[in-house]
Design a protein around this ligand. Sequence first.
Ligand SMILES: [Zn+2]
Length: 478
Amino acid sequence: MKIYNVLNRKKEEFRPLDAETVKIYACGITVNGDAHLGHARQAIIFNMITEYFRYAGYKVKYVRNYTDIDDKIIDQAKALHIDPLELSRRRIAETDAVMTKILTNDADVKPRVSDYIGPIILFVQKLVEKDCAYVTPKGDVYYSVKKFPRYGKLSNRKVEDLVSAVRIDENEEKRDYLDFALWKSVGPEDFGWDSPWGKGRPGWHIECSTMINEILGQQIDIHGGGRDLIFPHHENEIAQSESLNNCQLAQFWIHNGLITVNGQKMGKSLNNFITINDLLEKYHPEVIRFFILSHHYSSPLDLTYDLLEIAERNLYYFYTSISHYRKYINAVEAMPPEEGDNNVLSVFETCMQEDFNISKFLSELFVIFTGINREKKAEVKQGKIMTLLYALEKLYPILGMFGDPGEFIKNAKEKYLALLNIKEKEILELIHVRKEAKSNKDYSKSDEIRNDLLNRGILLMDTAGETVWDIKSLYSKT
Ligand SMILES: [Zn+2]
C-alpha cells in the first residue's frame, strides 16, 4: 500500500510500526462553533482510510480529539452564563450526533483536552527539565525552537525563513520569535487550572502531543489533519514530542486538502459558512459523502451547489441501477457468488493501494454500472450484477454509500416532489387518466398529460405495459 507522506514529500510503501495495530491520530475539532463542511471532509476521509486498513486486514486504533477549551469557548460561555466545559460538552454531543449521520464508523477514542490537563502539565514540566522549554516571570512556559535542530522538517522550511512568517507580539516574554506557548498564564478570576507555574491553560499544540503520548504511545503510524495544520501546529507537535521521547513521532503524515465555497475561503465573516447541518437539510448524507469522496483527499475542494446536485444525480443513477439489479436478481433467483475472485473488489484494491484513490474507484464504478446497463446477454449480465452487488455490500463500511436503494430513492423523490410542489397521488391519478385516454385511442390527450407533467418536472416512462414516473432533474445530463 502506497501513501503520500507529507514528511518526505513522496509516495512511500506503508509498513506498520508494530504488526498488531495501526495507530492513527487526526487532529479533531475545537468546539467553538458548529461543525462545518471542512470538519466533515476530514472526518469522512479518515473514516474511509481507517476502514480501508481494516478491510486490508489490519487492526486499527484511530484517535480524533476534541479541543474543548479555548478563548472563544470561554467568551461564548461567559455570554451564556454557563461553565465553558458545559458548553463544550453540549457541542461535542451535537457534533457526535451529526458525525453519526455522515460516517460509517467514528474514531475509536475521542479524547477531550480537559481530561488530560494533568498529563499536559507533566509533559511541559519534562520539557522544562530537559531545557527544551523555559518559564517566564509571568508564569508562561515557552518551547524553545532553537533547541530542536530538525524544526521545519515537515513544512520544509528553514528556521531562518520562518522568523519573518511568525507574528511578533511585543508584549510577550518570548526569548525567540519562533518560540511557542506550552502553558499560558491567566488571571486569578479567569478560567484555568493550577500548575507549578501558577494558574493557566495549555497551549494548543501541547494538547495533541500529550493525547497521542497517553493514548497511542510515543510513536504512531499516521498523523493526519487538514493541510492548514502543517505549520505551525504539526511542526510544533513534532518538536514537542520528539524532544520528549527522542524518537520519531509519526511515520506518515497525511493532510487533506482544504475546502473553499464558490472559490472563496469559508468563513463566518464572508457569510459563506456552511455547517454540516445546513447541508443535511438539503442533501442526503450519502450525497455529502459522494461529493467528498469523489475528489482525491489531498486536493483542494471547491464546493458549489451545482457540484452537489451533480453528486446527487450520480448517486441517484447508481441507486436506481442497484434497485433494478436487485429486482432482476430476485426474478431469476440467482445464487450469491462465492468468495474469491471479484473483479470489482480488485479494481477497488488497485485504486486504494495508490494513496487511497477512492475517487478513481468511483469513476471506475460508473464504467462498471454503465457496462452492466448496456449488457444484453442475460447470463453475462447476471454474473456481473452478482459480483457487483457482493462487492458493494462488502465495501459499505469504507464507502458508506450504495446501501438500501429503496430508502435513497424514496428520500430523493420526496425531496423533489416537495420542491416541485406536486404530490405523488396526483401523478398516479394522471397516469391512470392517461392510460384510459390511450385505451380510447385519445393520443392527443395522453400526450398532453405527459407534456404537462414534464413541464412540471415529472418524467413518465412507459415500460413493459406499465408507466412509471420519475423526477426529471435527477435524470439530467451531468
Ligand atoms: Zn493536533
